[in-house]
Design a protein. Structure first.
Lengths: 304, 446
């Protein structure tokens, strides 16, 4: 039978492209912020990253005789997120490598949208961090891109010193860091849009932030610096909440786990950062969580 | 206030009410066609055998189709006239006379005294009248009421949760007393203490009207309003919402002391027992993209295309024609005008047709599942549709079984909410039926 004849004959107006398009829109404020803070180089990186992702996805699908799905905007989201996760000094060819790795190896080989085991953008970033660590670690001052920043807020805290920047600077984004992660304010504006449109599982983000706040207080560090610096807001709002892993009910527990891992890594580990790893670890755990979940099925005794 | 409104879990709000507004203020129109074409398969059981032949003269209410199978109810002629054609599938009768409503009958106007009837006599009349569940399932009513379980509640399903349809609502408003008398009889047939008429809260005016009619009678009939939420009228959901219990899996409603019958079934029961009229007519909503949407009281066998023509034909030739409600109904064709509906589909009104909806043509391609979990939240059976869908597409039947595909009620909520427009309902219903067949085979093999 022709599938157009299958019931139900009414369908919601919501589409995958609509959701991904909204995520793109939600990332626009932080994108503009990135260009303001880091200049034309930021715009170049974002544009190249988005174009590479779209091209990589289209080419792969054409070569494998699959339906080309670039119109669902998910490749664009990956492109933006990869650019947001690198420093403005990153060479163009390095980000192109990250894009190709993310789209081909992390997303398409596993079967495309929804079938990937990890967040593509994060693995793409991790890939270039491991292969070209030197090119990734140099940050510049926002609004003053010729000044190489000695250290980020987190590395300052890590080495027992003062943060070096005021809390307000960290909130607004006037701190060194990756393109899209410096301004908590702009990220939260975008996130609010997704929350209003009910396109994100806000419980995952909230449990993540709450856990980080609580545990950093227990660790005797300033929780707000931890919240507003590094990739915490970007990761918590836009990457931890990836539909694939976190959109379903009960998955707030993933936020708690990720938060705990971040704090353990930041406070006890040898890296100043931890969000990227934390999210990838809980990506794996989401599979386990799915197994553990007990759902009530109509008419069935619990525990059957 | 304070008291929590009863509810079931899952479910959706497919529309905001504009769909039902199309036919809200339209009175039921009686329509008698020049000829009727009665299908020999009505409801769940196998097709009946036609017992009349071309040239025969039949009276309205005369038996024209019979079956020895216990699941097939008898079929009666809906008009008085001459048989034009008769075969295994259809019996076509040219109309000479047809009386759709017995205006003089007192049970339409007054509270009937049913004390003279016993449980058995009522059930016998229901069987004779060929009554089946008119909500869509078509299960023979007398079989349902013959249960040996102790029944405490007869739930009269007037939820009408399907978008667009309003025929049940209008039957309550325009034939309220007949409905209530039918409810009395069904309560008797079940041997129950209580009958509860259940409707969604978008029909509060119906509740008010029926309560007005009930005033002063010691009845055991109550009316409850339930949240407007699809599939409120699903048998399992209705029981969960009104009685606060779930039917154990694999069991019938009678296992929790309930029987559910549609409101038009109740009205037809009154016709049968009090008016001595078998099931030969019903009310159907013709709506959607037609010039004059409305509710029609028609003899069984009325041509669907002819009804669409009576409703002013389709507005747009680019359409989908749905027999039943838009959520669970069957698409009988695409891009059809009224005339083509007659020619191409040949469908006619049956005992279970609640509506004919013409929808503007829409079609979006399926895309990959993004595992958003919307289907999981919407599923009123508590299943995880996207996982069953994935398992079924890999033909992993035992995984479908582990995921309880057998519990699917086929309501369509998962497909409705899916942003990737996947045909979840289709795959899961297929999975359900495949697993059930496998279980049956295993059982017979021992």
């Amino acid at each position: 039978m022709d599938r157009e004849l299958y019931n139900p004959h009414l369908r919601t107006k919501k589409t995958t492209a609509g959701i991904m398009g909204d995520v793109c829109l939600a990332l626009v404020p932080a994108g503009i912020g990135a260009v303001v803070f880091f200049g034309i180089q930021a715009l170049l990186l974002i544009t190249v990253s988005v174009c590479t992702c779209i091209l990589a996805e289209a080419l792969w699908q054409i070569l494998h005789h699959k339906t080309v799905t670039i119109r669902d905007y998910s490749a664009i989201v990956t492109g933006i997120l990869i650019a947001f996760n690198v420093s403005s000094t990153t060479p163009i060819w390095v980000i192109i490598l990250a894009d190709i790795f993310a789209i081909i190896v992390v997303k398409q080989i596993f079967g495309g949208i929804g079938s990937n085991v990890f967040n593509p953008a994060l693995v793409g970033r991790l890939f270039i961090m491991l292969v070209y660590p030197a090119k990734m670690m140099s940050y510049v001052m926002p609004m003053d891109v010729d000044t190489v920043a000695g250290a980020t807020v987190l590395s300052n805290i890590k080495h027992g010193g003062e943060a070096g920047f005021s809390l307000m600077d960290a909130f607004l984004g006037k701190i060194p860091g990756a393109l899209g992660e410096t301004s908590a304010l702009l990220l939260l504006i975008g996130f609010a849009y997704l929350v209003i449109k009910k396109e994100v599982n806000v419980m995952v983000s909230l449990s993540f932030f709450a856990t980080v706040l609580l545990l950093t207080v227990i660790a005797g560090q300033d929780p707000l610096y931890h919240l507003f610096s590094g990739g915490l807001i970007l990761g918590g709002c836009f990457m931890l909440t990836d539909y694939n892993f976190a959109s379903r009910k009960g998955n707030w527990i993933l936020g708690v786990l990720a938060g705990a891992i971040v704090v353990v890594m930041r406070v006890l580990g040898s890296f100043p950062e931890g969000v990227c790893y934390a999210i990838l670890i809980v990506n794996c755990m989401s599979v386990l969580l799915e197994q553990l979940k007990q759902k009530h099925i109509y008419g069935m005794e619990e525990g059957r | 206030m304070g008291k929590e409104q009863p509810k079931f879990f899952g479910g959706i709000h497919p529309t905001d009410g504009w769909d039902k507004a199309l036919t809200a203020d339209k009175k039921i129109i009686s329509y008698v066609p020049e000829s009727v074409r009665i299908c020999m398969k009505q409801g769940l059981g196998p097709a009946c055998t036609c017992v009349v032949k071309p040239g025969d003269r039949v009276e309205q209410g005369q038996i024209i189709g019979e079956s020895a199978h216990f699941m097939s109810a008898a079929i009666h002629s809906s008009v008085t006239g001459t048989v034009v054609a008769a075969d295994d599938q259809f019996c076509e009768i040219k109309t000479e006379a047809c009386n759709l409503v017995d205006e003089a009958a007192t049970y339409y106007k007054e509270w009937a005294d049913v004390s003279a009837f016993t449980r058995d006599t009522v059930i016998e009349q229901l069987e004779k009248g060929g009554l089946v569940g008119m909500g869509g399932a078509g299960f023979p009513t007398h079989l349902k009421y013959e249960t040996k379980d102790q029944i405490t509640h007869v739930l009269i399903n007037a939820a009408e949760c399907e978008p667009f349809l309003s025929c049940d609502e209008h039957v309550m408003l325009e034939q309220g007393m007949a409905v209530l008398n039918g409810v009395q009889l069904l309560k008797k047939a079940a041997g129950a203490e209580q009958a509860v008429i259940c409707m969604e809260d978008n029909k509060a005016h119906c509740k008010e009207y029926l309560e007005f009619l009930l005033k002063g009678h010691e009845t055991g009939i109550s009316i409850v309003l339930l949240p407007t939420r699809y599939p409120q009228g699903g048998e399992k959901q209705l029981i969960a919402a009104t009685m606060g219990v779930e039917i154990p899996t694999g069991k019938l409603p009678s296992s929790v002391g309930a029987i559910v019958s549609n409101i038009q079934t109740a009205k037809a029961a009154a016709d049968m027992v009090l008016g001595n009229r078998p099931l030969i007519s019903r009310c159907i909503t013709i709506t959607g993209d037609v010039q004059e949407p409305g509710n029609y009281l028609v003899p069984l066998g009325t041509d669907i295309g002819e009804l669409v023509r009576a409703a002013g034909d389709v507005k747009n030739p680019k359409n989908k024609v749905i027999l039943g409600g838009p959520m669970t109904g069957r698409c009988i064709g695409e891009d059809l005008t009224a005339e083509q509906i007659t020619k191409v589909t040949g469908e006619s009104v049956s005992k279970v047709s609640g509506g004919l909806v013409v929808l503007a043509g829409t079609h979006t391609a399926e895309s990959g599942c993004i595992r958003c979990g919307s289907c999981e939240d919407a599923c009123p059976a508590g299943l995880t549709p996207f996982k069953i869908d994935a398992a079924m597409r890999k033909e992993n039947i035992s995984l479908c079984q582990t995921l309880n595909a057998t519990e699917c009620i086929g309501c369509g909520c998962c497909s409705y909410v899916c942003p990737s427009k996947r045909e979840l309902t289709h795959t899961i219903v297929t999975a359900r039926d495949t697993v059930r067949m496998k279980l049956r085979e295993e059982a017979t093999r021992g």
